[in-house]
Design a protein around this ligand. Structure first.
Ligand SMILES: [Zn+2]
Length: 314
């Protein structure tokens, strides 16, 4: 199996958000990728400029970042052609790797715009930014350039060109591959699981994850027993409830449970809205310490207080 480490550059409406195309706020203008074999060696590269169709002028902010301008974009090929070439170049046996989650989202949004999306369901990929953050917790989910500098990699090529950024990301991935990456994958959730049978349950060293199917109503989600029940991230035994689910923010819920064997664990539910307008949840179960349990409890109490104050002032 190959690793396809890719990066995109995209443009947005230069006249401001009120003039943007609601179907495609961000238009891809460059795809760059590095193919690594299963020994993490570079075997090929892909680089292509996309001739924009919707936003022909660069947004100021984008112009300042990029190392090229409209003159080069005019020499590019249409997105659907570039994308088809890219997918063909990826071949069939591969897993994507990207810096963060947004490149896969924008790739699929652009594919959707041209009615060419072939990824119908969640799929595994490597979010190299979040793997990096695990090994460099002081930097966290930082910018690519910061990570490259932190790893002391040579920085001769300019950042913010898709092929250069893909090369940098691939180099970071090569370094991280010396650690155990087998369970470090994430799921891309641009499309939610279609039905109950295709819901995703994945178990990792440091957490477990459940991605649900879509529901018509938000309220159906938190009424579903399977979604609100909690199982140990390690042994899958049912956790005894310590703190019931409470909402913090409109789409997020927290809870705490305990496994007799594996200790305290927090549950995090994030409700997402899919492309088709359905509500689905990403639930994570993560081990925590006793003091984190107390932090969560104080958070719950503070939120409750705040709500009470709000009600009083109405
Ligand atoms: Zn357990």
């Amino acid at each position: 199996m190959n690793y396809i480490i890719f990066d995109l550059e995209w443009n947005q409406c230069s006249k401001g958000p009120e003039f943007e195309n609601p179907r495609l706020p961000f238009e891809i203008i460059e795809i760059g990728a590095v193919k690594l074999n299963n020994a993490f060696e570079v075997v090929d590269e892909f680089s292509s400029i996309v001739k924009p169709r919707i936003y022909k002028h660069l947004h100021n902010h984008i112009r300042q970042m990029l190392n090229y301008d409209e003159t080069l974009l005019k020499t590019g090929k249409p997105f659907d052609m570039v994308c088809r070439e890219f997918m063909k170049w990826c071949d069939t046996d591969y897993i994507f790797g990207t810096w963060g989650t947004s490149d896969l989202i924008q790739l699929q949004k652009n594919m959707d715009y041209y009615y060419m999306n072939k990824f119908a369901e969640p799929f595994k990929y490597y979010d190299i930014q979040s793997i990096f953050a695990e090994y460099y917790p002081d930097l966290g989910a930082c910018k690519l350039q910061k990570a490259v500098e932190a790893m002391d990699l040579p920085t001769e090529e300019a950042f913010h060109s898709a092929i250069n950024d893909a090369r940098y990301t691939a180099q970071i991935f090569q370094h991280l591959s010396k650690k155990n990456l087998h369970d470090q994958y994430s799921y891309d959730c641009y499309h939610e699981p279609k039905d109950k049978d295709s819901e995703i349950f994945s178990f990792h060293r440091a957490y477990s994850e459940h991605i649900t199917r879509g529901f018509d109503q938000r309220s159906e989600l938190m009424a579903d027993k399977e979604i609100t029940s909690q199982r140990c991230y390690k042994c899958k035994r049912r956790l005894s409830k310590k703190i019931k689910w409470f909402s913090y923010g409109q789409n997020s819920f927290l809870s705490v449970g305990r496994c007799w064997y594996h200790g305290y664990q927090k549950g995090i539910i994030k409700i997402k809205i899919s492309n088709t307008g359905k509500f689905f949840a990403i639930k994570k179960t993560i081990p925590i310490t006793k003091s984190e349990v107390e932090d969560i409890r104080s958070r719950q109490i503070a939120l409750r207080e705040k709500r009470r104050e709000k009600r009083k002032s109405r």
